[in-house]
Write a protein that binds this ligand. Structure first.
Ligand code: IFM
Length: 457
């Protein structure tokens, strides 16, 4: 009998969000300004002119949202802490009201049997630290470690998984190279230094975690664990031509190996260093930094949505590549629907580490239509999720130690430079009324979780 694709017992089914994308309340209860507050308040930065000032207003509606999380049956919920709620200026004395907010939220999740996975940094640096040099300045890594230590001390036992950083690639390349993200710097020479300081701050935060919870990695379920989330998107060369192959290697190296190698092999990839050195860039590595960056962690989170197909483009200063239009259908982000991204990304991670892996983000934006009765029949999102979850099942069957899968996202939310125009949620948010409505994909995902897998085809 075909029982469908059933996952191992205890598989962690989740959904993910991030503070700036959902919370709103950008200056409530002593919260300081972050680089995303400043960026979205600067005209012309966000395509639809929106900001995260209100977003989903989760800060005020968190109890309702915890109700949705519990009703979906999520085993885990991934959220991020806004650094500026805890340290409005990035450093100094913690803001008790910020700590109280997250304590209430985490306590409520645990009370409903939902294991929190908490990211410390999902790109919202305190503006005050940006004004002192931001991630270009080494000191910021130490301020991050202080913030991490405070979070671990006050909230540490409330989370199952602690994630130091989300996708340092995006902060480095989009925040400082293309300028599409906050702080909006267009300074390619900054990229490697920013990336290095992000990784250094990760290692310092791991030290703070061990100082709080003991030197030995904890056993799952017996206390919090610490790791990092990387964006790992497979890269394919557009052709067999040596130029395309070389461009593809560098593009892959900039996104993936630039972070995997220092974390797991104690060095930066030679070819990427050569590539950027030729362009005058070099990270400011001090003696001992690589050992800090390589501190043992307990798991690795992988965010993957699609693949990229690269063609040589000598005019691109950063990667020397341009991405070609994918052959297959795409989501509303223009991202190809390519379910094998799950297997390829996990295999790429596994080439570096045998740690337990989580898909910490996967999902799809579509131009959802609200029907006359208020229903949202997002079959395309269901198809996307089904195909990617099936790929996750294949990965496990191939021996990959995949422990969980998180849909991006629980709610429609603020999609960075796209503003409120791209909807990734299982739950629709009407931004005029802030009303939440389950899409058909939410009901479908609830059934997947209840079944611990996919129904037979
Ligand atoms: O919305 C983002 C998220 O913040 C980080 N990973 C990719 C998502 C979709 O673009």
């Amino acid at each position: 009998m075909d029982n469908g694709l059933i996952f191992p017992p205890g598989f962690l089914w989740g959904a993910a969000t991030a503070a700036y994308q959902i919370e709103g309340a950008w200056n409530a209860d002593g919260k300081g300004e972050s680089i995303w507050d400043r960026f979205t308040h600067t005209p012309g930065k966000i395509r639809d002119g929106s900001t995260g000032d209100v977003a989903c207003d989760h800060y005020h509606r968190w109890e309702e949202d915890v109700g949705h999380i519990a009703a979906l049956g999520l085993r885990s919920y991934r959220l991020s802490i806004a650094w500026t709620r805890i340290f409005p200026d990035g450093t100094g004395r913690p803001n008790q009201r910020g700590l109280d907010f997250y304590r209430r939220l985490l306590t409520a999740l645990n009370a409903r049997g939902v294991a929190p996975a908490v990211t410390l940094y999902h790109w919202d640096l305190p503006q005050a630290l940006q004004e002192r040099g931001g991630w270009l300045r080494r000191d910021t890594a130490y301020r991050f470690a202080e913030y991490a230590a405070t979070a671990f001390r006050h909230l540490g036992r409330e989370a199952a998984l602690w994630i130091t950083h989300n996708e340092p690639f995006i902060q480095a390349f989009y925040g400082h190279g293309t300028g599409e993200n906050a702080p909006g710097e267009r300074n390619p020479w900054a990229i490697l230094t920013v990336g290095h300081h992000l990784l250094l701050s990760h290692g310092l935060a791991v030290d703070a975690f061990r100082a709080e919870f003991g030197a030995r990695p904890l056993v799952p379920g017996q206390g919090p664990q610490v790791g990092i989330v990387l964006m790992i998107w497979p890269h394919h060369a557009a052709s067999e031509r040596p130029e395309d192959q070389a461009a593809n290697r560098i593009a892959d190296g900039g996104m993936n190996r630039l972070f995997l190698e220092p974390l797991f092999r104690g060095r930066y990839p030679d070819d990427i260093m050569r590539h950027f050195k030729w362009r005058g860039m070099r990270p400011a590595v001090a003696p001992g930094d690589m050992a800090i960056i390589g501190r043992p962690i307990d798991f690795l989170g992988v965010n993957t949505y699609t693949r990229l197909i690269n063609q040589a483009n000598p005019r691109d200063l950063l990667s020397g590549a341009r991405q070609v239009t994918p052959p297959g259908p795409t989501t509303a982000m223009g991202w190809e629907i390519y379910p094998d991204c799950i297997i390829e990304a996990l295999n790429k991670a596994r080439a570096y580490t045998n740690l337990p892996l989580y898909i910490t983000e996967n999902g799809a934006a579509y131009d959802d239509v609200v029907g006359p009765g208020g229903e949202i029949d997002d079959v395309a999102r269901i198809d996307y999720l089904r195909a990617h979850i099936a790929a996750a099942h294949r990965a496990i069957a191939q021996g990959i130690d995949l422990r969980g899968y998180f849909v991006w996202s629980l709610l429609d939310n603020f999609e960075w430079a796209h503003g409120l125009s791209k909807r990734f949620g299982l739950i629709h948010v009407d931004y005029a009324t802030l009303r939440r409505t389950w899409k058909r994909s939410a009901y479908w995902y609830r059934a997947v979780i209840a079944r611990n897998g996919l129904e037979a085809a």
